[in-house]
Design a protein around this ligand. Sequence first.
Ligand code: RFL
Ligand code: PHB
Length: 394
Amino acid sequence: MGAKHFTTQVAIIGGGPAGLLLSHILQKHGIESIVLERQTKDYVLARIRAGFLEHGTVQMLRDYDLGERMDREGLPKNGGAIACQGKPGVYIDTVKWTGKQMMAYGQTAITEDLYAARERDGGHVINEAGQVALHDLKSDRPRVTFSKDGENYEIACSFIAGCDGFHGVSRQSIPSDVLKVFERAYPFGWLGIMAEVPPLKELVYAYHEDGFALASQRNPMLSRYYVQCDINDAIEDWTDDRFWEALLRRMPDDIAGKITTGPSIEKSIAPLRSFVAEPMQYGALFLAGDAAHIVPPTGAKGLNLAFSDVHYLSRGLIEHLKHNRSHHLERYSADALRRVWSAENFSWRMTKMLHAFPNEDPFTRRIQANTYDLLLQHPPMQQALAYEYVGLPF
Ligand code: RFL
Ligand code: PHB
């Protein structure tokens, strides 16, 4: 049986935050798109990931009428605290150094808001799209084929946005002799838990010789905590008791004393990885978000970076499709990659400063300790960190 046909201007692969936001912005500018998502909506909404938004991300969500619930339920933050075993802590005050606030608001809530907006505005999102394949990327009539409920479909479009995350099909559709990959794996992961207990007032990143720990939050009754774990650990290795014991030991005593513990309602392990694929364009295909790059979560940049890609890509697509100018679309990969590499750099430095690296040689450990001392003793170092943490300008 032949495939059923759709036509649209932009086919968007992946209905995570990047794909949904792109579709929303394009629609605001009168541009049609279809989002193809492999999973069910419930599955996408159940994923628990990032939680800390840069100033520019918050502004972008507000600018596109997506800020209402965030401004009601999100927790504005003036920065975050960094601690290091046996030393005084340092507060990275983004308001003092940059005049800008950040926001604790979970990716889960953002994805809910984006789905709600797509449904309200009649956006075309197809969940449970299987066997997505991209064709004729070097032509001016690229196509996407997929299957759903046993039927085959084809979408004819002008452009394809690959927003399908690290394991998606879009990046893999670019010939390997075109794509350059830059990668670093870290010899540890993060074990994260969610617990229905009041969080600390501030985010706290802590170095300890046993490993990194992070205190974060989602709302006044929902805490998010992480500890560095072995890359080979399984979830079953970590009872709640073991988790809390590790967290409290790794946090400075005065901070540990303020942490409310309780049963976890979610627990998962994420590997840490730095990854960039270049270029972020191949013919009519444009990659955005985790499809093109991964950062270790230490800098809280992953989701923010996905949204900054969407900023550059939507600008280029709107200019091209509405005004027939291709200046920004042609520069998309170069513009997006400049910011991607700055976030990779920041996330890599934060990861190196704050984690216990197995089999570290004593020289490297001294350099690591000194990096923290420099930060602690020199306000300009804090200012520089605050400038990157709050998010570079687009
Ligand atoms: P996503 O969120 O991965 O969304 C991609 C979507 O594409 C779908 N998909 C496909 N659809 C159709 N056909 C295919 N062949 C497809 N293949 C995949 C997927 O089902 C999915 O819905 O990428 P996007 O939109 O670029 O957003 C990026 C962010 O999700 C990501 O950067 C952050 O969540 C990274 N990240 C974290 N970032 C932080 O800043 N702080 C964190 O604490 C944090 N924790 C995490 C994370 C990422 C994790 N992953 C990827 C496993 C924890 C985890 C576990
Ligand atoms: C989170 O709340 O999940 C979070 C916050 C800050 C980070 C990473 C994760 O750097």
